[in-house]
Design a protein around this ligand. Structure first.
Ligand SMILES: [Zn+2]
Length: 121
């Protein structure tokens, strides 16, 4: 269950952003997760309210976007989108590929509520 500690560090980051901007609370938090990040979106959703409790994000919602998996081919240099179980260049079929994106977890945006206004960071 490393999602709980991931959620905790996510909330720490969100809390820091909210405090920096003098926000009263946090609305929507958008997170992007790559298919090879090893993070389970469902477990993240489940752990989120527990991690958020007591913070400025206590009433917030977590939106998870799945980022595409991309590889760069060493043979023909093209960059293509692939399936997680099939890291092969879709142009020339080479196995010699390098992961470009798909193993990251990125905080995309945080909706902040300040004195009756809603803003995005
Ligand atoms: Zn190729």
């Amino acid at each position: 269950m490393h999602e709980i500690s991931l959620c905790q560090s996510l909330i720490d980051k969100v809390q820091q952003i909210a405090v920096t901007h003098g926000a009263l609370s946090v609305g929507l938090v958008t997170l992007r997760i790559g298919p090879l990040s090893g993070v389970d979106p469902l477990l993240m959703q489940h752990a989120y309210p527990f991690a958020a409790a007591g913070s400025l994000a206590a009433e917030s919602k977590l939106l998870i976007e799945l980022s595409p998996l991309r590889v760069r081919c060493e043979g023909c240099c093209s960059e293509t989108e692939v399936e997680p179980s099939f890291l092969i260049c879709s142009v020339c079929g080479s196995h010699h590929t390098e992961l470009v994106s798909g193993d990251e977890m990125t905080l995309m945006s945080v909706e902040l509520v300040t004195r009756g206004e809603v803003g995005h960071v």
